[in-house]
Design a protein. Structure first.
Length: 129
């Protein structure tokens, strides 16, 4: 059993594993922040569904922590909740642990331009592990 533990510990400490965890964590944060943006805009799942031309069940499925919607679907969702998503890609350098950069949400509509939306912390999309 100690041998298996050593193998797992070595795998968990690899740069690849750490980068994968950051990417997964950012995916969860991306989804969590979109749901928070919907709530901050005072929109229900039904409202977003109507704006996107899909069913409320489709929105519920998108908002599930284990969903894996396409990026284009998430952009449509962001548009429906009056948010803009900005992406950033950061290469790994010098084998440092990559912390990653989460997407930034910019509210649009009746608020002042270029105001960055900071979603409140929520635990319902917490990353396991």
């Amino acid at each position: 059993m100690a041998f298996l533990t050593q193998i797992l510990d070595a795998a968990r400490s690899s740069i690849s594993h750490q980068r994968s965890r950051v990417l997964a964590r950012n995916d969860f944060k991306y989804l969590r922040d979109l749901v928070s943006a919907r709530r901050a805009a005072g929109l229900s799942q039904e409202d977003v569904a109507e704006r996107m031309g899909v069913s409320q069940q489709a929105i519920s499925k998108i908002e599930r922590y284990d969903s894996d919607p396409k990026l284009s679907t998430l952009r449509r969702y962001a548009h429906a909740v009056e948010a803009v998503v900005e992406h950033q890609v950061s290469p790994v350098t010098d084998q440092k642990i990559w912390r990653g950069v989460s997407p930034t949400f910019v509210l649009s509509g009746d608020v002042e331009p270029q105001r960055t939306y900071v979603a409140p912390k929520r635990t319902d999309f917490a990353l396991a592990g």
